[in-house]
Design a protein around this ligand. Sequence first.
Ligand code: F6P
Length: 319
Amino acid sequence: MKKIGVLTSGGDAPGMNAAVRAVVRKALYHGIEVAGIYHGYQGLIEGNIKDLNAGDVGDIIQRGGTILYSARCPEFKTEQGQKKAIEQLKKHGIEGLVVIGGDGSYRGALALTEKGFPCVGVPGTIDNDIPGTDYTIGFDTALNTVIESIDKIRDTATSHERTFIIEVMGRDAGDLALWAGLAGGAETIVIPEVPVDIDGLVKRLKQGHERGKKHSIIIVAEGVMSGGELAKMLKDRAEIETRVSVLGHIQRGGSPTARDRVFASRLGAKAVETLLENRGGVAIGIHNREVVDYELKETFNKEHKAELSMYTLSKELSI
Ligand code: F6P
């Protein structure tokens, strides 16, 4: 392989830049050229492609977002879109592609591989929802952003003796809510992986209050319901007054943590090694501190599992 491409796709995640840097520098180290594909699969279809040198990825390891920009691209889901993409790749002399993104991006990578163009997936999403890897790039930074917010909300919750509901992202997965709830000392965590029990929640809030708790923090994952919906349920069911904070896209921004930069560097470099071995249709991940690679297909056959022992522990610790 003489030239590879790299793109970022789907929701951006802190650490994507560190991964792009690793891909570019690792390839150049091995004497391979690299093309940056801008605006994800949309840019690929449109030929928004530029060669990158070592300097182009300088001073980005600490930056959030993605210098390659990102997009969600419905056209790429079609045969026609995928054909156009392959034509562009060939036109630019690109022989393998590193796709940094979440599961939608992985579907695109698999589609191209099945059409004979080798792609490797690097997990980049704050949701931490890709099967086969313990962590995705961006999760740690987003988690720390949520924790910072919880700490701040706790100050005002204590001062006013209020119950707060904090809605966090995560799409259909509860990881962000679960980890944030445990690390932030929340009284209750509501995640998609555990059936919602409003009566149980009300009981816990009341018991806490009777024991002298002056304030409560409830973390709700967006995949279950919105913070507003939960607030209404508590009001209707038990006359419990709450305040709601929706953290929103603030969770996607910011300088990546050291952990995300390290993961991004290791995973990006491994993606290049995989392509140099002429292997496509592969996903890269971290498992038990080791960098691993496995079939992209597996990410669609397996289910991502949240660590439910953490849910139980959080309940035990927040009595
Ligand atoms: O997948 C990352 C993510 O931030 C999810 O947590 C969230 O549900 C979604 O993207 C939001 O997407 P958009 O930025 O397109 O509104």
